[in-house]
Design a protein around this ligand. Sequence first.
Ligand code: ADP
Ligand code: MG
Length: 703
Amino acid sequence: MSDVINVEEIFASKVFTRAMMKERLPKSIYKEVVSVMDKGGELSLEAADVVAKEMKDWAVENGATHYTHWFQPLTGITAEKHDSFVSHPDENGKMIMEFSGKELIKGEPDASSFPSGGLRATFEARGYTAWDITSPAFLKEDATGVILCIPTAFCSYKGEALDKKTPLLRSMEAISEQAVRIVRLFGNTGATKVVASVGPEQEYFLVDREKYLKRPDLIYAGRTLFGAPAPKGQEMEDHYFGTIRERIGAYMKDLNIELWKLGVTAKTQHNEVAPAQHELAPIYETANIAVDHNQLVMETMKKVAGRHGMTCLLHEKPFAGVNGSGKHNNWSLTTDNGVNLLDPGDTPNENIQFLLVLACMIKAVDIHADLLRQSASDVGNDHRLGANEAPPAIISIFLGEQLEDVVKQLVETGEAAHVLQGGKLATGVSTLPDFEKDATDRNRTSPFAFTGNKFEFRMVGSADSIASPNTILNAIVAEAFCEAADVLEKADDFELAVHDLIKKYLTDHQRIIFNGNGYAPEWVAEAERRGLPNIKSMVEAVDTLTTEKSVKLFEKFGIFTRAELESREEVLYETYAKSINIEALTMIDMASKQIIPAVIKYSRSLADTVIAVKEAGADASVTADLLQELSEKLSEMKAALARLKEVEKKAGTIADAKEQAFYYKDVVRKAMDELRAPADEAEMLVDKKVWPIPTYGDLIFEV
Ligand code: ADP
Ligand code: MG
């Protein structure tokens, strides 16, 4: 077998691409499909039938036996229910594989077991899946065979969104509509839509599968719940961008090939800061496709790891004391005639448009910092945000020196009004320097950074779907654009009005700009002085979804109804409670069945040693001391275990979802920490041969 990989040949070989449709569909049908893809609307049933048949034939030619409406329920991962193409045999017993337009466009999985946060009672369990025609169908191959996957939205009988895709698609329409109003003001009459583009950088850990299987905490919780630090951590900074080891290299190669086949533009790969940590970045694409593809990236990472005798950990904090994983969500807006709204450009005219866009973004992020924070929260991310390895939990914007200086000038000496009277935007605006990309250093501590021609939202958790952060980004910026357009469309003197508006927005919202070190304790105090929210945990972020300000925003643009928002709150509280409960039960299990027995066993051998040494007439005091120390840890563990059992039980009796989630956060998690501490100390005292689970050193240095 040749080792040459023909990327061009394999790329998207498992995707029913536009090119494939063009090749296979009658011209008129293809035109209809493209029109719906680009401009919206509904596919006629007649066209859908033709598309379905061609899609099915293509899938069957590629070995498919089943199809599925692939959707993204509120669990944050994807769901699928397979149906085969098998149909009723004819009178001769011959069976023809079938797939109709109706089946393509709409599905009805029973799906009553997905979290709906009260949107749907079991007796009205109907949930519908509807084809997202803008995200191409693809083939997934695993032990069940080849499955045709049709990316879909998932709604209730009454049309309420039960998934993450529907609100995202709604938000994309909202921002497109409002952004078009903005570019029109600047004379861009050719643009008919504006697309939000997203490029998510995905971090992950790889551990040896054999060792993983010996750690119930990794199996059930995806992170270690016990474990003393290894003698070496990441302090040597020798892993970041380090040479990729053979085993990992083989994995990355295989992963890339699988992703390329699925049409995912896996582009960059490197070792990350922590040992055993790596990163993959694709090339950016339309937001909803980027969201779908990020799900495929996460899924494929796990699948391919198995083939290489490893397990991929996507948890935000698999190991205490070493860096956790996140996702950098790169986001920008581009018109369908090719203008990136976040590109400072090099003509003054475009600079004004850019400055208005920038001012709107600053305003949006300041007003809705709480929502952005919420969109990046999940159970695992609580271990990272604000813990000096990831951005702080406080939202701020990093602009870089040059841009910050421009903003400062505009705010301070913005008396450009008198210059404007001269009919020229000469001062304060037109003499602005052309922004050089990367003119300033990177700021790795900022949660929201301007990086040349895009914003990079760096708070997102590694295991989380990126649907929510992008839905929120689109929504809040749409609102700011809408408010700006409302003013500017009515202005008698546009140039004066736009200048005033930029100055006003920047002045009113400059508190959100911060170029300094986000890890410094002074920033926390400074942010508080500025009145910026510091939401420390996931559960504290949940009710930002239903503040009056949020409901107004989402209802105005038809992105979420109040009921949909309330349902999401419910699901978030439940998810938090369930996750911590699993962690607590896992700890109880491991402590009771593995760690405490191991400590007792080792104590026994120490006791035997003490007796034997004494009998031999020698000094047994060192061993006796060790035994004593271990006994103390044992009793601490026993007490902490009893306490954890007690609070875990109590948690289960709390009926109110919010109250329960807070109890898990404030009480159960504390009890978990209190059990972990003596166990980790005991690990340092016990013979490694007796310790029942692989250690941190085994897990992260011996992959
Ligand atoms: P950085 O090194 O600044 O993180 P990269 O060029 O490596 O930037 O890109 C990181 C991610 O950002 C990639 O997924 C890339 O495709 C994406 N990206 C680049 N330009 C844009 C853009 N205009 N809009 C959205 N994402 C982008
Ligand atoms: Mg980056």
